[in-house]
Design a protein around this ligand. Structure first.
Ligand SMILES: [Zn+2]
Length: 399
């Protein structure tokens, strides 16, 4: 069954170099007056609408823009409870501290599977309705062997991009025994979680884990067959980015406080397919009233930049990639093209995925149709429901 998607005002392709989809996305690229054919869940043809070959069925976009689906490469969706009172207090002047995570840990441990599964389903539906077709999902609110194993197993029901984040914070019962908790994370907890996970992550921050601890967690995860990523340099300057680059991590996430050496390390970490991406999470700065990361400095240095939501009940409870694009453009001075590229192709790079984030021939047919003629509308019309349709592996849904 093939589908012709035609009368596209602007088709953002991020086409791969030489149209070789195995290389993953290329730079921002777009066609006007275009059409696209989906066949067997893949992009089978793109080009001028007037030259499109026949297909079994057709969708008329009436001049709307079509983009690759968003790749949200950073989210914490397995949790129970909510922290709106903490948000209200923060807006009234109480600063954010990493310790607030512990209240979500208590609620998550106490929740039955069905509650966690229902919350996860609600959030992933919410994301799809906003154009997110690939999402990463972390554990990290269980912090016991059975609770973390449950979290990664539940996450694996909704995405292949599952991340083991046992090293989120030291739980209260290990308050006086950090080494004991790290042994648990790198030993039995990792063994229980690795079969359901693709990634290992660690919160490298004052109040969470230091450089040596973070490096040990990533090394143990790597030895267990997991790929590595890290929460780095969110609340202040720190060693996280250097730990990430040294470990060959796919992504250093947050990157709000960077030294020149950190920027250099990211820029020289390797080619886009194997280097360390800087994943910026502007929803966090919006929701914690912290300074935004300096995207222009990273882009000027040649660092690959991704945008993601960090959807979580504490520091940033948005699931909206369009909001992140709008913030990146308005507050971080990214161009609309840079922001859309980072939210699609950049996210794919951060997840080491070559099949998503672009619409080259052979790429997964993950795309969205906007109620607007160009990608710019995502920033030009902030907080407006612009997503008219989403295709995931060629399957269309309408929000
Ligand atoms: Zn996070």
């Amino acid at each position: 069954m093939s589908t012709l998607i035609t009368n596209i005002g602007e088709l953002v392709t991020n086409a791969a170099p030489d149209d070789d989809p195995g290389q993953g996305p290329g730079p921002f690229a777009a066609l006007t007056g275009a059409a696209l054919i989906i066949d067997e869940g893949r992009v089978a043809w793109t080009g001028p609408a007037g030259q499109a070959p026949a297909a079994d069925e057709a969708v008329d976009c009436r001049g709307g823009a079509v983009l690759p689906g968003f790749v949200d490469s950073h989210a914490h969706l397995v949790f129970a409870g909510e922290r709106s009172a903490e948000f209200a207090a923060r807006m009234a002047g109480t600063p954010y501290q990493a310790g607030g995570i512990r209240s979500t840990v208590a609620a998550t441990r106490a929740a039955p599977d069905e509650v966690l599964r229902a919350n996860l389903a609600r959030l992933t539906r919410e994301m799809l309705a906003q154009g997110t077709t690939t999402l990463e999902c972390k554990s990290g609110y269980g912090l016991t062997v059975p609770d973390e194993a449950r979290a990664v197993a539940l996450a694996a029901e909704v995405t292949p991009e599952v991340t083991f984040l046992g090293a989120h914070v030291v739980p209260p019962e290990y308050e006086g025994d950090r080494a004991g908790y790290l042994d648990l994370v790198c030993g039995p907890m990792l063994t229980a979680c690795a079969p359901h996970a693709r990634w290992v992550d660690v919160f490298c921050e004052r109040g969470a884990f230091d450089a040596d601890e973070a490096a040990a967690v990533l090394a143990a995860g790597h030895a267990a067959g997991l790929l590595t990523r890290i929460h780095a340099n969110q609340l202040g300057p720190g060693p996280g980015v250097q730990v990430a680059v040294t470990a060959g991590a796919a992504s250093a996430d947050h990157c709000t406080y960077l030294s020149d050496a950190d920027v250099d390390a990211l820029a020289s970490s390797g080619p886009p397919s194997s280097g360390t991406v800087a994943t910026l999470l502007p929803g966090v700065e919006f929701s914690t009233r912290q300074p935004y990361p300096d995207a222009r400095r990273l882009l000027a240095a040649g660092v690959t930049v991704a945008l993601a939501t960090d959807c979580n009940p504490g520091s940033c409870f948005t699931s909206s990639m369009p909001l992140c694009v709008a913030l990146a453009v308005r507050e971080m001075r990214m161009t609309t093209q840079e922001a859309v590229w980072s939210a699609t192709a950049g996210g794919a790079r951060a997840l080491r995925r070559s099949d998503v984030g672009h619409l080259s021939l052979g790429a997964r047919a993950d795309l969205m149709l906007l109620d607007g003629p160009s990608h710019t509308y995502l920033a030009y019309r902030p907080a407006v429901p612009l997503i008219r349709a989403v295709w995931q592996g060629g399957q269309m849904s309408r929000p």
